[in-house]
Ligand binder design. Structure first.
Ligand code: SF4
Length: 224
């Protein structure tokens, strides 16, 4: 499977995103899914065009903005996808009782591990492959992302169909296809995450600068 992913990654680098999701649908049938943060519905839309009824995984950390939950509900209601909401083992109240309140301030890596990384790992177990909307130009840490890769940590194929897209490509796809967008992105936010760890962008900041601002943390650990 790793060799297949690496070969396909080379063959399809530069291919349209539609071709990449079509490859995933053909290779994996119902054994692949899409992970979405509900910043927008670009990836669920793309995937559902190639694979109507495709599973879309949303990690409900318990800390989301209401706008993000609303975007998830709108995606489930309007696209031909099977929306799966994944919950952490502990509610926020249970985590607060065990680890103290506002763990995200004291140990955001542990909070992300319990509320994002572990739940995603469990959610992905039934599949051979998963797709994300990760893009190379979002951050230096993402500059090397392939369109299809071997996810050695999870022992499965990782598909990044829009890895090559720029902001302009995303905007064009949204405009051309009437894609749902999280209202936070029209309200000063550059990237959508948990409410306690996401703030509006300041003038001139990059899109992900509002995530874990002031902390030495740029990723939640889902893509490493
Ligand atoms: S982004 Fe913040 S609140 Fe959300 S899981 Fe990570 S540390 Fe916790």
């Amino acid at each position: 499977m790793a060799a297949l992913a690496e070969q396909a990654g080379r063959d399809l680098d530069g291919a349209p995103a539609q071709e990449i999701v079509a490859w995933a649908a053909e290779q994996f049938g119902t054994k692949w899914c899409v992970a979405s943060s509900m910043a927008d519905a670009v990836l669920p839309h793309l995937a559902s065009q190639a694979a109507p009824g495709v599973d879309v995984v949303f990690l409900d950390t318990g800390y989301h903005f209401a706008e993000t939950i609303g975007t998830r509900d709108a995606v489930a209601a309007t696209l031909p996808v099977n929306l799966l909401t994944i919950l952490p083992k502990r509610t926020v109240a249970e985590q607060d009782a065990e680890f103290g309140p506002r763990l995200y301030e004291r140990d955001p890596d542990l909070c992300c591990a319990m509320r994002k990384v572990e739940p995603l790992a469990s959610a992905l177990e039934p599949y051979y492959a998963w797709a994300s909307g990760l893009r190379r130009d979002e951050a230096a840490t993402r500059a090397d992302a392939g369109v299809i890769e071997w996810d050695a940590r999870r022992n499965m194929v990782k598909i990044n169909p829009i890895a090559n897209w720029t902001d302009e490509d995303v905007e064009k796809y949204i405009a051309d296809n009437g894609i749902l967008v999280n209202p936070l992105l029209f309200d000063g936010y550059g990237s959508v995450g948990c409410a306690p760890c996401t703030r509006r962008l300041l003038d001139g900041e990059d899109g992900r600068a509002g995530r874990w601002a002031g902390l030495n943390k740029t990723e939640c650990g889902l893509h490493g």
